[in-house]
Design a protein around this ligand. Sequence first.
Ligand SMILES: Nc1ncnc2c1ncn2[C@@H]1O[C@H](COP(=O)(O)OP(=O)(O)OP(=O)(O)O)[C@@H](O)[C@H]1O
Length: 719
Amino acid sequence: MDAFRLLTRSTKLKPVSSATDSRLPSTGKAANPQLFRTAESDSLESAKNGKKRKRGAAVQEDEEDVPDLDFFSSNKRPATNVTETAATTVGDDKKVSAQNAASDDEDSMDEVERRTILNSHKIKVTDMRDLEEIQAEPTSTKDSKKKKKKSKKEEAPTLSKKEQKRARRLFPEPLLNFKELRSKYKISSRLAENVAEQGFTVPTEVQLGTLPLLLGKSSEPDLLVVAPTGSGKTLSFLIPVVNKIVRHHHSHPDEHGILSLVVAPTRELASQIVNEGRKLVAGTGVKITLMRKGMRVGDDSVADVLDENSEESSGSEDEDAENKPTKERANVPVTKSDILVTTPLMLVNALSANRTTTMATLPLVRSLVMDEADVLLDPLFREQTLDIWKACSHPDLRVGLWSATMGSNIEDLTKSTIKERLEDLGQKPSEPHALLRLVVGLKDSAIPNIDHKLVYAATEQGKLMGLRQLLRPAAASASDIRLRPPFLIFTQTIPRAVALHSELKYDIPAEAGGSSRIAVLHSDLSDGQRSDIMRDFRKGEIWILVTTDLLARGVDFRGINGVVNYDIPNSAAVYVHRVGRTGRAGREGGIAVTYYTKEDIPYVKSIANIIDVSEKLRGGEEGDKSIQKWLLDALPNLSKNSKKDMKRHGVKARQTPRLADKEDDGKGARGMRISTKSGFERRLENKKKGAIAASRNRKAAAAASGNVSDTGSWNGLDD
Ligand SMILES: Nc1ncnc2c1ncn2[C@@H]1O[C@H](COP(=O)(O)OP(=O)(O)OP(=O)(O)O)[C@@H](O)[C@H]1O
């Protein structure tokens, strides 16, 4: 069914060419999910891949005879780790050999090849530690290296900032194709099969860069990753996590408990990660669970464990646990899972009996993944996230922080927390390891494969009219925006999302499915309602979803064609995440429409800048740019304090009516309000009111003079 055609009703629109159609995200996967590449790296990679394929056959044969498990038997990794080799690089990045860690076979690339590939995919890897720390690191087995390091240490103070930067830069071996996961990085064969079953053809940039770092022979680093929205970060952190657990199960068959934690800011994202994880763990013996209220997860002596499979299939365990009185809760079984995926508050509550006791520890956790790490470490979630981090008390814990945006304050916080945690523990990790940062593309920028439309709508009414044009393309001739469902509409607050949904719900014609095609999703709904709406939107039964920033981050609706910022986002980072819900995995043709009004003008510059950078990243002619230089120059800059205030509260006049009413007497807020009745209901009501008023007037007029006057009018929206 063509949703767009139905929505256009009988209006005659220019037929959309199949060429345009085929560029829509909803029409399917992109041929290549990579966002950045050059002809040079393409040919180099295919040359390497060609060579690999030939060898791959031989590797495959070998593997037939080798029992899977051998790869994971307590193999103490060689000491040629990223850290120590990074130390030898000071002042001479040509000698960077950290990258060689995974490349001691004949296939390994030389440094020029690695640089070429990494640079053309815009991948930048940096050792984040202080130079002194890099240099002071305990050495490997070789004395010569020791000597070398010592002499480098002496040289360090003389290095300029630029030289230090260069010294920190690393060029690790990239992953050329998914087969290498097995042939070169020796991941579990079942896990490799599960990856292959997903049918991906080429690794995305973030996979190409991070998987060798996390799976290579070097000591696994702590890792900060900044990579574009929709670029496949989930797979990048899940594959190593699952593989590490498979290996752990073989080396420590008696150790059971939560070995990996994945923390995400929303329930929707956490549940999506579990679904992705389930595809990867099938048949590996690894279990992955979504944290639910009432689950017991801490360092608990209760031996009674809950079988994950039965728990997942019945789906009633959490409700039961929640409803149990406290006394009985002590007997609620401990969840039996290797990977727990959770939102911060839910886990903190579970570990501290809703903040009534000190936090229990999670002593077995070896990997802590923070997805959307910048928001997890933002003031809103920071305390909870840090509590969880510190509750992971194993000295060999590795952390991964992943997002499409990451402020430098997050990097500093990460460094200090890693230090503090080890000091508090009074123990050292069994292997020294690095803290690396990997950035794909330009930090904090929007993906280049979508079209941005920044639309001045002057007033709230203007925005509503603009949106109606998108919903009913009958009037589309007035604008050049053609947004086909499915799409998302973001508002600043829950009441505005609810009101906008009511306003629009009868705008979809009955023959197109009527009001069931549009829904609203926000955090005031019950968990069940939220899951149902997510399911129906994914299934294509809901075409337009009005929501808040609850869905701005992480959620992957593969084929959505666009995003409408009905209310401007509170920050540039939120813009990057919201618009990143379209254009996933390299899909072309996604559109991001942002409306702004008079009140928004002070806040628009940061968004205009993001659009400008994204269009520059995309390349193309100067004339193709949607943000003209004069606009950028004309828009006012926002002070630091106002930015902070905006980030916290959004546009003041759009805050929830009560708060805004208090502060400005309600006048401003009224102007910014979206009616909570649908346009249809309001029209009916106004008609009725008009009819009553008209009849009253008629009676009065007739009584007075026998004339008829028509004063019945309404101030609703034009449509
Ligand atoms: N190598 C690949 N080739 C094609 N598609 C891929 C590949 N890797 C992942 N994907 C798909 O890309 C989509 C986006 O992946 P994912 O949700 O992990 O993105 P993300 O980087 O976490 O985005 P966000 O920053 O928005 O959270 C998913 O549908 C995933 O299945």
